[in-house]
Design a protein around this ligand. Structure first.
Ligand code: ATP
Ligand code: MG
Length: 130
């Protein structure tokens, strides 16, 4: 998912281009402003963290671009996570999306599912009609 900062900074094309050049396939794509219920469900695993409220504020402040990305194996989530880069901007490697374009951990441009199962759960949330 391209988060609101990616849309605001006109980096959606860059991010999609990297996914395509990697050789992965975008099989669904949808832009919308998520409501709080969707953002809270998306980040439910973080509901008890001190930054949860700010995380939901951030995700709902403008349009996001949700995508289903597919590859040849069940490890597409892992390929995407490598391309996205580490969570903390201090650790995000040059060459990764966060490493190349993000300066703040709380505005780090892209969300990626952290397991195949998480991807299935999140796809059902963001693309309920399939
Ligand atoms: P995402 O789920 O968005 O792909 P991630 O899997 O790399 O990111 P998570 O641990 O799931 O990282 O955290 C979700 C988001 O919450 C992060 O992308 C970041 O913006 C924010 N976040 C994580 N840890 C902190 C923190 N300690 N302080 C502030 N924000 C944080
Ligand atoms: Mg995460």
């Amino acid at each position: 998912m391209c988060k609101p900062d990616a849309v605001e900074r006109r980096l959606v094309g860059e991010i999609i281009s990297r996914i395509e050049r990697k050789g992965l396939q975008i099989t669904s794509l949808n832009q919308r402003v998520p409501d709080r219920a969707l953002a809270e469900a998306h980040y439910a695993e973080h509901s008890d963290k001190p930054f949860f409220g700010e995380l939901v504020d951030f995700l709902t402040r403008g349009p996001v671009v949700a995508m289903v990305v597919e590859g040849p194996d069940d490890n597409t989530f892992s390929l995407m996570r490598t391309m996205i880069g580490k969570t903390s901007v201090d650790d995000a490697e040059p060459g990764s999306i966060r490493g190349d374009f993000a300066t703040q951990t709380n505005e780090n441009l892209v969300h990626g599912s952290d397991s195949h199962e998480a991807a299935e759960r999140e796809i059902a949330l963001w693309f309920p009609a399939g």
